[in-house]
Design a protein around this ligand. Structure first.
Ligand SMILES: Nc1ncnc2c1ncn2[C@@H]1O[C@H](COP(=O)(O)OP(=O)(O)OP(=O)(O)O)[C@@H](O)[C@H]1O
Ligand SMILES: [Mg+2]
Length: 348
């Protein structure tokens, strides 16, 4: 049995279902991510696992024991809340010590553990500081140290990086990952940020409106999305409604494309922007079309081009290398190729 197992978990508030039939099994030591848009029930599910709320039906197991009705302090879970929830009137040290007092550890033990975890999150010497005198990133690390200090079996992290600037977020992301690997602690990480999910996770569960729509490794989720929602939510993609006849599909705009004979069913076409080829000169290959460059956006590593082919608008991404000549300008004619192997048919 997994370290955390959810069986048919259902939760409603005021008759509105927020978590529907959730079945998940998270392995020991795994870094598992709940990924989904705002309001899809991620925090609710985390609170169900932590024991702050109980489900109307279904069961929660931690380490093989059913904990569905147990209070949080009996579950051996540590949680970092979406807003950190530090005690503002306590110092850094007292915040980290809090759970250890509840565990009735001796003063000596408490001091040793507090120093160990302050050191681990890079806050040695901060013990006497008030948490209100800390930066957002430092507060985030106190929250992490506080949840780790009680040596939980399971660590629950609810969007712990969302309040940080981009640089600090990158730094904390790798700190959390290396800490988690070093301690081997089963971790459930909640985010609505696909990059965070793809870079950190062993596996991801994608949520939509209170349901799990796909579970897989980052590569599986990105390369083989299970439906049109996952394709659109995880990574950029071009999506079009299509009708199929044999190995040909037709977009609503009339464009016809060859698809591989192995394509599954589905009335949506997804093609990632980096899989479309673009040229200033005519291309005479299957699935190639003449279009017009509408717009070009530089975002550092990539150059995004918006291209119109008839009434179809495509987003194309090219790597911004020193070889880029930048010869295409908005208004120019361009030729695009949508290689068969880059096309995926998906269902609703
Ligand atoms: N205690 C509650 N009472 C009533 N409704 C609630 C309660 N807690 C959550 N909800 C509702 O349940 C839905 C899911 O909320 P939840 O906090 O789980 O979303 P989330 O996926 O964590 O979103 P976000 O990414 O914005 O944090 C929302 O519509 C929310 O308003
Ligand atoms: Mg939330």
């Amino acid at each position: 049995m997994g370290a955390v197992v959810l069986e048919g978990v259902e939760k409603s508030f005021d008759g509105i279902k927020v978590c529907s039939q959730i079945d998940l099994s998270i392995n020991k030591g795994e870094f598992f991510t709940f990924l989904g848009p705002s309001g899809c029930g991620k925090t609710t599910l985390l609170r169900l696992i932590a024991g702050f709320i109980t489900p109307q039906s279904g069961a929660v197991f931690i380490d093989g024991n059913e904990v569905t009705k147990l209070p949080p302090e009996k579950r051996k879970v540590g949680m970092v809340f979406q807003n950190y929830s530090l005690f503002p009137y306590l110092t850094v040290g007292q915040n980290i010590e809090y759970g250890l007092t509840i565990q009735k550890k001796s003063a000596r033990e408490r001091q040793k553990i507090v120093e160990l975890y302050m050191d681990m999150v890079g806050l040695s010497g901060f013990g006497g500081r008030k948490v209100t005198e800390l930066s957002g990133g430092e507060q985030q690390r106190v929250a992490l140290a506080r949840s780790l200090a009680v040596e939980p079996e399971v660590l629950l992290l609810d969007e712990p990086l969302s309040n940080l600037d981009a640089r600090l977020r990158d730094k904390m992301r790798s700190e959390i990952k290396s800490l988690q690997k070093r301690l081997g602690i089963t971790t459930i990480f909640v985010t609505h940020d696909q990059t965070e999910a793809l870079t950190l996770s062993d596996r991801i569960a994608v949520f939509d409106k209170g349901r799990v729509v796909q579970v897989g490794t980052p590569k599986e989720i990105y390369d083989t999305p299970g439906n049109v929602f996952v394709a659109g939510f995880v990574g950029d993609t071009n999506l079009f409604r299509v009708t199929r006849s044999g190995n040909t599909i037709r977009l609503e705009s009339g464009i016809k494309l060859n698809i591989p004979s192995t394509s599954g069913p589905g009335n949506w076409l997804s093609i990632r922007p980096q899989n479309i080829r673009i040229s200033a000169k005519p291309i005479h290959e299957p699935n190639s079309f003449q279009g017009r460059l509408l717009e070009k956006q530089l975002n550092g590593v990539w150059i995004d081009s918006i291209i119109e082919v008839g009434s179809t608008v495509l987003r194309v991404a090219e790597l911004n290398t020193f070889e880029m000549k930048g010869e295409l300008q908005p208004g120019d004619n361009v030729w695009v190729t949508l290689p068969e192997n880059g096309l995926r048919l998906l269902e609703d």
